[in-house]
Design a protein around this ligand. Structure first.
Ligand code: AFP
Length: 338
């Protein structure tokens, strides 16, 4: 079994043009080990509960949201591997302090996804997206982060569950590493993960009445199981943490979605494009799956805002192809009835 560092070293030897990525990913891994430690201590050190503040998206912040954000900022700022950082918890990008050198990468992250699960001892995670930066020692702007997900050179997440799992893609497959607490290192426990096709779906079904017709039809057909047009029984799970729900879909196959919701017509979706949808979509595509919004492949969306939200449907190819076909058919019907 090789360690995360050995894997990264081998990758850099094969891809000399990507030099520097090893140290950059190791920064993220070290930051996540610290977050894992805080998550594990939780109420013992008084860090459960609300912080009494809201983030830029108007969401209540938990104490651990703020702490995890600070851990990643501290870990990534000093190393000289990063040119700029963006986080779910900060309205604007974070500039690397002038007394530290700047590196070749930008990182957008959600430091603690699923924070509603923190106090319940349920799964939570960290998600990150790595983009190249060509501006040298010039400070980056918000616009440097507004690149389609296809431009990502690395993406990953860490799931703080019954064990701590680091899932990573550098664009050459998806690899999964498990943290060995007795040794203090991540070891690769799965290589070149490929998603199977399966009948799992993951969605917050309480929003059913607010969805568009094709999404409602898809879920109706899943619920109809063997007796419906899909001719097979489906199973459903929802943990309320994108990292955990997507991890299940990655491992077992099926489909995860957070679709457009008509309650809030000005908000195109719930999940954030740059640090939630793009990294997860790169992982899902690298594992043989697909990811779409209700209009295009998620990784092709041209971002317009750091905290932009999009509807997201991702998972096994067969399920996403079907959902896409339902959306196309709906569009056609609407056009012909105009
Ligand atoms: P929090 O980090 O604020 O708990 O949000 C988690 C999340 O963005 C994503 O991880 C989940 O898939 C989704 O929200 C859960 O949303 P519901 O509240 O609709 O279950």
């Amino acid at each position: 079994m090789i360690t995360l560092s050995q894997y990264l070293l081998e990758y850099e030897r094969k891809n000399p043009e990507k030099a520097g990525i090893k140290l950059a990913i190791e920064d993220l891994a070290k930051g996540c080990i610290r977050i894992m430690d805080l998550v594990g201590r939780g109420p013992l050190i008084g860090i459960h509960g609300a912080a009494g503040e809201t983030n830029v998206q108007g969401e209540d912040q938990q104490k651990l949201d703020i702490l995890s954000n600070q851990v990643l900022l501290d870990m990534l700022a000093w190393s000289g591997n990063w040119a700029g950082l963006a986080s779910e918890e900060m309205e604007h990008i974070y500039h690397i302090p002038a007394h530290y050198p700047k590196g070749k990468f930008l990182c957008a992250f959600d430091p603690l996804d699923g924070s509603g699960n923190i106090d319940l001892n349920m799964p939570i995670g960290t998600i990150f997206s790595v983009l190249p930066y060509e501006g040298g020692q010039e400070a980056p702007h918000n616009s440097d982060f507004l690149r389609p997900g296809r431009d990502q050179i690395a993406a990953g997440y860490v799931l703080y569950g019954s064990s701590t799992t680091f899932v990573l893609t550098l664009g050459e497959g998806v690899h999964s590493f498990t943290f060995d607490r007795s040794i203090g290192e991540f070891f690769r426990t799965e290589k070149n993960l490929k998603m199977p096709d399966s009948q799992n779906y993951s969605v917050n079904a309480s929003n059913y009445r607010h969805w568009k017709a094709p999404v409602r039809q898809y879920v109706d057909e899943c619920k109809a199981g063997k007796d419906g047009p899909r001719g097979k029984d489906y199973n459903m799970r929802w943990m309320g943490c994108m990292v955990a729900d997507s991890h299940r879909v990655l491992a077992k196959g099926g489909m995860f979605m957070y679709p457009y919701d008509e309650r809030n017509p000005n908000q195109t979706g719930k999940l954030r494009l740059l640090y939630e949808c793009n990294p997860m979509s790169m992982i899902i595509e690298q594992a043989g799956g697909r990811s779409i919004t209700d209009k295009e492949n998620t990784l092709d969306v041209q971002p317009t805002d750091l905290h932009q939200r999009v509807p997201l449907m991702m998972g096994s190819k067969v399920e996403i192809d079907y959902l896409e076909a339902l959306h196309k058919a709906d569009k056609k019907t609407k056009k012909s009835t105009k």
